[in-house]
Write a protein that binds this ligand. Structure first.
Ligand SMILES: Cc1ncc(COP(=O)(O)O)c(C=O)c1O
Length: 455
């Protein structure tokens, strides 16, 4: 263990840690894109707090702390079954004002999984309210992530995530991702969607997708033709389109919502991470007026039931975050600087034989790795490339987030980069430099092992 750094191991803590064999840096302070451990060692954060959350960076934003403090002093909590608060009213207005046209209603929750659970119930209620109770099937790309609850596990097709909870999970319908590996044109994905529609078309309630994927396929977005084909099928078959913008919402891809950049407008959007930006847990479900009208013209009641929905302090934090993003023009800054960051990573990794693709939008970028022997096959999972990338990056004082190959073979090793919006140009340059050093180090190890394995 490095003597100049502070770590906590499983046998030194009462916390039920995630990985028992891992050493966790003990972080005590942050400033912008930088995090400092208890020994004063500095880490450069390329994933906004590790989970694409702290888009405003680390450390104090006085207007946000003040808004939270003021709200706790006024009314810290009121259950929105009984009453509303100026904070909830304001955040709903703020979100409607930045949402794509047609989104008129917002319901708040505490996080991304909850937002998706809520939207799943909204989708079902929408059809029941309109007298189409037969619609209950959800369709989504298999290689996706929508949360850590039993219902949201059913919304991805990733066996690795679902095991060992399979007996509890309601399996939904999935299509293969339209990536370079399976289907660069998006035709196969549409064909698979057609097969589902042929089989259970009248039962399909919604198509759910991350418009730009986060950890499951970092920075990936389907080709234009896929979106157009999805729109045609929505019109023909009457299902809803729901965007999971838990990560992409609140400016991550350079516009307030990724939906602003897509050739199709969803009926429902869920969002969370950047809304509280790490200052407070808050998430939201946004719906188009026609979705709200289904309830307004029907039972006139939609009861989510979560205690923390629309809690005044969460909402005060959310509005303060939006005000700060607006005041500092941070969403515009991500839109302007994202393409250069993408190009810089591409050029820094251009010579690497294990890098297959660098992709993404705004400050949501991904690197995918392949076997250097043919530049196409996914690397053998036993090489543990994603784990090595994260460990080597940490050694190089860089925080990135890599995901390992999925059991169904939809994706190989990949690295996600999602810097804070306040990262300076020099921070971004250092992220690129440290990433390139890290990838080169891992590439050397991997090539060595592959050569030895052949002998
Ligand atoms: C696309 C997406 N949806 C949903 C979630 C779940 O959000 P949470 O962890 O806040 O419950 C995540 C979390 O990483 C995510 O990336």
């Amino acid at each position: 263990m490095d003597k100049n750094r502070s770590f906590v191991t499983a046998d030194e803590t009462s916390v039920f840690v995630r990985e028992i064999d891992k050493q966790y840096p003990l972080l005590v302070r942050g400033e912008g894109a930088w995090l400092y451990d208890a020994s004063g060692h500095a880490y450069l954060d390329a994933v906004s707090g590790g989970a694409m959350v702290t888009s405003l960076g680390h450390g104090a934003v006085p207007s946000i702390s003040e808004a939270i403090q003021k709200q706790t002093e006024q009314v810290s909590f009121i259950y929105n079954v009984h009453a509303t608060s100026p904070a909830q009213e304001q955040l709903a207005r703020d979100i409607v004002s930045i949402a794509p046209e047609g989104f008129t209603r917002v319901h708040f929750v505490s996080g991304g999984t909850e937002a998706n659970e809520l939207a799943l119930r909204m989708v079902r209620n929408y059809h029941v309210e309109r007298g189409e109770a037969g619609r209950h099937v959800m369709v989504s790309p298999a290689q996706s992530y929508h949360g850590a609850s039993i219902a949201t596990f059913g919304l991805t097709g990733r066996n690795g995530l679902q095991s060992p909870y399979q007996p509890y999970i309601q399996q939904q319908e999935h299509i293969s991702p339209a990536t370079w590996l399976f289907d660069p044109s998006g035709e196969t994905a549409l064909k698979e969607l057609d097969e589902i529609l042929e089989r259970v078309g009248g039962q399909v309630a919604a198509f759910l997708i991350e418009p730009v994927s986060a950890a499951s396929l970092p920075g990936y977005s389907p080709p234009e033709s896929f979106w157009r084909g999805l729109e045609e099928r929505r019109q023909k078959h009457g299902f809803l389109v729901w965007f999971d913008e838990v990560v992409t919402g609140m400016g991550r891809t350079g516009t307030w919502f990724a939906a602003d950049q897509m050739p199709i407008m969803p009926d429902i959007i869920t969002t969370s991470k950047g809304l509280g930006a790490g200052y407070f847990p808050v998430g939201a479900m946004l719906v188009q007026e026609h979705v709200y009208q289904a309830v307004a013209d029907g039972s006139r009641s939609f009861e989510p039931g979560h205690t923390w929905d629309g809690a005044p302090v969460s909402c005060a934090a959310g509005s303060a975050v939006i005000n700060h993003l607006r005041k500092e023009r941070l969403v515009e800054s991500v839109g302007e600087r994202g393409p250069r960051l993408l190009e810089d990573i591409r050029s820094a990794l251009a010579g690497s034989e294990i890098v297959r693709e660098v992709r993404g939008r705004g400050f949501l970028l991904g690197v995918s790795y392949v076997d250097p022997a043919d530049g196409t096959s996914l690397l053998d999972p036993s090489l543990g490339v994603s784990r090595r990338i994260d460990e080597t990056a940490l050694k190089n004082s860089l925080l990135v987030y890599s995901t390992q190959p999925t059991r169904d073979g939809y994706a190989g090793d990949q690295t996600l980069l999602a810097p804070t919006f306040v990262a300076t140009d020099s921070d971004l340059d250092q992220i690129v430099e440290r990433l390139a050093t890290t990838v080169a180090e891992v590439e050397r190890q991997v090539k060595n092992e592959l050569t030895h394995a052949k002998r």
